[in-house]
Design a protein around this ligand. Sequence first.
Ligand SMILES: [Fe+2]
Ligand SMILES: [Fe+2]
Length: 165
Amino acid sequence: MASKTLDDLFHETLKDIYYAERQIVKALPKMARGAQDPKLKAAFEKHREETEGQIDRLKQVFEIIGKRAQGKTCPAIDGIIEEGEEILDEFKGTPALDAGLLAAAQAVEHYEISRYGTLRAWAQQLGHRDAVTLLEQTLAEESKTDEALTTLAKTAVNTAAQKAA
Ligand SMILES: [Fe+2]
Ligand SMILES: [Fe+2]
């Protein structure tokens, strides 16, 4: 078996998050359509646009390491998105729907934050300075999105969810 290196690990993880982002960009419009609170809807729509930019950044990172942009099925993100779809289904028309969707979206963000944090550290280690900058930009967007969702949960969505149907 050929020996594998940190370069290989970086490349594999890049394929993982590239696949994940492409699934997320498809899932966000469904979540936006499902959300009842206009602010939550707007947050999902805004993040869909950001996600398109993030996919472009990933393509640039592939270029930096001299590889073709290519995804690799990531069962973790598939599972997280599936859970979000379950909530859409099972809580449709109920006051708790938005709280469930918001929580599902935060699970996605936390997955991304974990991946981008790792990729940034490895890019640093491998001396891909331009990749570090690109990955940091995305990491900052994911963190900001997560924080905005927390604020929305605390200020509106969780209270609305508690109301009787
Ligand atoms: Fe993302
Ligand atoms: Fe995200």
